[in-house]
Design a protein. Structure first.
Lengths: 344, 385
């Protein structure tokens, strides 16, 4: 078990290295650098000025040396003024070194956001905190509701409850966030006026009024999927011999479901819930943009839209990390919950 | 000047009336399917359950809507009639006397016509991209599952690499306007579009290599048709100028195939690992068949059930992805009538007008729902066998 986890963590680190290299390559394509230079300089600058901005800020150094600098295995170079030979900071707004130092991700320095004019850490981690709150609320709604729906549907396969709940689950998986978000806003914000169609004020304080719509919009897409998996798992468990034995022993149906079936039926949904995180990440981006909530997704879109290289790399690192670590937890947890599975 | 309106019930009747070619086509196809359902194998079995009928109905509805879009929609989806700006549903356009059935949007275009034309974009790109993703996933998944070992490790690592990317980040990196100046989309397209040609060549070669009368015709046809489409799509150099795709549509297409083929790869790999332990595979190995013959003619046909179900779900998922792209304004032109772009435009103005938002959302939802119902009932039918 221990060596399995060590090996998986090794794979995760390798994957992260490869992915950041790919992202680094894509954000440093010539058109993207041009876009960055244009957005960072004044209006109507000539091509020469754009080029000199790129040279002055170190974007014309060797690709691999820059990736190494970002990673922290090559010392980060300050800018040397060719006329005076004096060294200055690359970006004044985030304490870049004036002497060559190792200062990259490995040393805990995520770099400099050109869009928000601050360090990536100062922007990214508060945003992650905000998204964490949103995620917690979503999981708090999604997990109980979907498990309940799945168990009710799978308890008696083929019954009317099962049919109705199954079709409802299919309908909810067919409703992406940008569709349900619009429909909920129309119904609850425009027609009924019960809830706020924007979560911008949630940064100051979360209330039921401004936070409900983003949470249910995000939860609804996942509910259907988890409920279907729970139902399938429940249906399988209910056909097992030990359930029949328990029934024949004279236990009530409710007792059988709660005491015997439930525990075994909840192993599979655990994995599904953990594997739901990558989808939630995409959903978070859509919902945060739609409801103007200043979290991780909003930051990612801003970073991508402005080709903010370091911030975008930070965002990809975080999201890839979340995806891979949840996969690992789901595998390890599955082995823990199900004694029949042994990982080699 | 104040616009004239028609009543709610008249709007509903008028909408139903505008869809008349769809109803006619639906009646013919559904009627014929019912009559001959005994002879139609898996497709016929769909008509045994309510869920299956609903799925087929919705999917065919949007298919025929896309085919007859120009007959159904009263207006040009891009045409602006300034007087109709932000009009409510049922406003009569004074010049032609036709009605803006679902009202006008902020650029004074007919919401109804845009919804109808939007189906065309979705129904061309989504199934085609899914088809290519299936080809890529199958061609790579078969050897990974069959041989195992190094090939499997490398291909699985690459697939997991792509799957670890959040889709939205992938799209932001691959579908930016700047990337069309670089050779990346064309290189990716060049690689992806090669897979169907390879697939069919190997498919025919393994089966007919000892029958010169068939093999040369089939291989020649594959290379001719495949090469022709390849020239048109990747290099835009179709000698007959029939096959053509816009650079930004190519970009979207490539990104969607790139995002969804690792999923197919994983499914095919899992299925192959399961099926290769069966007796008929061992029999074929004993007969001395080549590995690719076994993969393509013994294993693949037996994996078709789950693959068909997955393809249905995947078309729905691709539709959602296209909507996401439209919602973030990536790739598609800003005036394009596709549903995602329409939802984006309308959702910014929800405070003042809600009517432009509802038709595209309901259209997208119903189409994906139809596909999911179809997949669900296919899965149930294939489990019965």
């Amino acid at each position: 078990m221990f060596s399995f986890i060590i090996r998986r963590i090794g794979t995760i680190l390798l994957t992260m290295l490869c992915l950041t290299l790919v992202v680094f390559f894509l954000v440093n394509l010539e058109p993207n650098l041009k876009k960055l230079a244009i957005s960072q300089t004044e209006m109507h600058t000539s091509a020469d000025q754009l080029e000199s901005w790129l040279v002055n800020h170190g974007y014309r150094q060797n690709f691999f040396s820059r990736y190494g600098q970002w990673l922290g295995v090559v010392p980060k170079q300050p800018i040397t003024d060719p006329a005076t030979g004096k060294t200055t900071q690359r970006f004044t707004f985030c304490n870049d070194p004036t002497v060559p130092t190792f200062s990259g991700v490995l040393e805990g320095d995520f770099g400099c956001s050109t869009k928000f004019k601050t360090t990536v850490a100062a922007k990214l981690f508060p945003a992650l905190g905000a998204t964490g709150i949103l995620m917690l609320c979503v999981l708090g709604v999604m997990v109980p509701v979907s498990l309940l729906v799945g168990i009710l549907a799978g308890m008696r396969e083929g019954s009317r409850t099962d049919r109705v709940l199954s079709v409802a689950s299919i309908a909810s998986t067919a409703t992406p966030e940008y569709v349900s978000g619009v429909i909920f806003t129309v119904v609850f914000a425009s027609w009924l006026g019960w809830l706020n169609g924007s979560a911008a004020s949630a940064s100051q304080g979360i209330t039921f009024y401004n936070f409900t719509l983003p949470v249910i919009t995000l939860a609804i897409y996942g509910i259907g999927y988890i409920a279907r998996m729970t139902r399938a798992s429940m249906v399988e468990v209910m056909t097992q011999q030990y359930i029949r034995t328990a029934r024949l022993k004279g236990l009530s149906f409710r007792g059988v479901v709660v005491k015997h079936a439930l525990r075994n039926a909840l192993i599979a949904p655990f994995t599904v819930i953990m594997l739901q995180f990558p989808w939630l990440l995409t959903g978070v981006v859509i919902v945060e943009v739609m409801f103007r909530y200043q979290g991780f997704g909003y930051t990612l879109v801003e970073a991508a839209g402005n080709n903010d290289i370091d911030l975008l790399l930070g965002c990809s690192l975080v999201s890839v990390f979340i995806v891979l670590i949840t996969q690992l937890i789901s595998d390890v947890g599955y082995a823990f919950l199900n004694p029949r599975i042994r990982v080699q | 000047m104040q616009a004239q309106y028609i009543g709610a019930s008249t709007i509903i009747l008028e909408v139903l009336w505008r869809f008349w070619p769809v109803w006619v086509a639906l009646a013919i196809v559904m009627g014929a399917s019912f009559l001959y359902k005994k002879k139609l194998a898996l497709y016929g079995q769909l008509f045994d359950s309510g869920v299956g009928i609903a799925g087929v109905f919705i999917c065919l509805f949007w298919l025929f809507t896309a085919i007859f879009a120009s007959t159904i929609s009263p207006f040009d989806p891009l045409g602006q009639i300034p007087i109709m700006k932000d009009t409510l549903p049922g406003a009569i356009e004074p010049q032609s006397g036709l009605v803006y059935l679902f009202g006008g949007d902020k650029l004074a275009r007919d919401v109804f016509s845009r919804m109808v034309y939007g189906s065309q974009i979705v129904l061309i790109i989504a199934p085609a991209a899914t088809g290519f993703a299936l080809m890529v996933g199958i061609t790579l998944g078969l050897p990974a599952g069959y041989y195992g070992g190094k090939i499997d490790s490398i291909l699985s690592f690459l697939a997991n690499l792509v799957l670890a990317f959040p889709v939205i980040l992938l799209f932001y990196l691959l579908v930016t306007p700047g990337i069309m100046d670089t050779p990346i989309p064309y290189a990716l397209a060049g690689v992806f579009f090669l897979f169907p040609i390879i697939f069919f060549c190997v498919l025919f070669w393994t089966r007919f290599k000892n029958r010169p009368d068939r093999i040369y015709i089939l291989l020649g046809l594959t290379l001719l048709i495949g090469g022709w489409i390849y020239l048109g799509l990747v290099f835009d150099r179709d000698p007959l100028h029939i096959v053509h795709i816009d650079p930004n549509q190519l970009n979207i297409f490539v990104a969607v195939v790139f995002a969804s083929s690792p999923g197919v790869f994983r499914i095919v790999r899992g299925l192959v690992m399961d099926i290769k332990t069966r007796d008929y595979v061992a029999a074929a190995q004993t007969r001395g068949e080549s590995p690719w013959y076994i993969m393509l003619w013994e294993i693949l046909p037996n994996a078709r059930g789950p693959l068909i179900v997955d393809a249905c779900l995947r078309i729905g998922y691709t539709t959602i992805l296209l909507g996401t792209l439209g919602y973030f304004g990536l790739g598609l032109a800003p005036e394009s009538p596709d549903w995602g772009t329409a939802i984006k435009d309308a959702s910014r103005l929800l405070r003042s007008f809600i009517h432009p938002a509802l038709p595209p959302t309901i259209a997208l939802m119903s189409f994906v729902l139809g596909l999911n119902l179809l997949a669900d009932s296919l899965r149930e039918q294939s489990m019965k066998d």
